[in-house]
Design a protein around this ligand. Sequence first.
Ligand code: NAP
Length: 370
Amino acid sequence: MLLFSATRPLNPPQPLPFLSFSRFVSLSLPLPILPNPSRSTHFPSLQIYSIDAAQPFDYESHLKNRYLQSTSLKIAIIGFGNFGQFLSETFIRHHHTLLAHSRTNYTNLANQLGVSFFSDPNDLFEQHPDVVLLSTSILSTETLLQQLPFQRLRRNTLFVDVLSVKEFPRNLFLKYLPPDFDILCTHPMFGPESGKNTWAGLPFVYDKVRIGDEESRVKRCEKFLDIFEKEGCRMVEMSCMEHDKYAAGSQFVTHTMGRVLEQFGLESSPINTKGYETLLNLVENTKGDSFDLYYGLFMYNQNALEQLERLDMAFESIKKELFGRLHRVYRKQLFGDKEEKERERRFAQKLLGNGGLIDPPLDNVGQDGS
Ligand code: NAP
């Protein structure tokens, strides 16, 4: 702390009783004073006292720093694209140290966000992060995992993924990661668009696939999950298999409808209904996602194909219902009620004939055979 004083003469200050550890350093500097016509120009000395003992508020901030250090994680994000950047902003707000690596060089952008960027994964892993978080495209994950220099990491690093499919990365982690690594598979079920204002109430799915029993490992996993919990996410613990079953029926269908409507070319109008606004929002929410992401949802969730076929069938059946009704109205206009009466008559005959047609009474048949 620096005390400035321009009064003259200055006596050395007495230590205050509660600052028993204070050390005072005094500097004398000439201080120019603006000319005053009534007085002669003089240069009083500026006395600066440095008190480097902890003040009450220093003590608090020291405690705060110690608390933050004890709760903060060193998180390395692999795949610093759209979603990786989005997550890192919140992680930094929670006082975690962020490192990143990606195929593209994001150094400038990372610097702006307060993230240290490493073009070479060897350099990144030599920083010994507590958590390595995979935010790569679903399609590139396996190739990438095969190339990562795991040997440079600490023996029990926690690996987390945020892929939108879950069984696939779970199996890859179990296949490629050294057995001492912890594994947490997660899916924040929101993105840069749907979660741009708040994460409160948005679902966060996780599966603790393999977390060691030691207290430090359990705590590390909890600290990571805490980020989402503190942001107010709806925390849902479920197996990767269950996730994929539910996600194909909800997320994949949502993305498909969003993409279909985008292709269709929805446009806002002055008389938008609430329902129509919902459709516009759906397009807005899904159009920012890469096609790789959507294709990954389809390719790497075994339930997705079935859902696509069901959607197709549902669309066909609605079309049939519409065209069927239109067809009947059209025929009625062409042939009047005659056809309808004939159908009813044939049905009645069927009933009378116990399923087989009986000959109609002759007087029911018109001259023209109708
Ligand atoms: P994405 O298109 O699924 O993935 C883009 C990321 O993958 C970028 O970091 C990109 O690196 C990297 N990548 C792509 N091809 C690669 C390759 N051949 N080799 C190495 N890296 C490659 O878009 P995203 O939205 O950022 O999603 C990232 C992950 O988060 C995905 O697994 C997705 O399922 C998941 N997720 C996304 C959302 C969302 O709303 N966007 C929500 C939840 C979960 P470069 O940029 O360096 O090329």
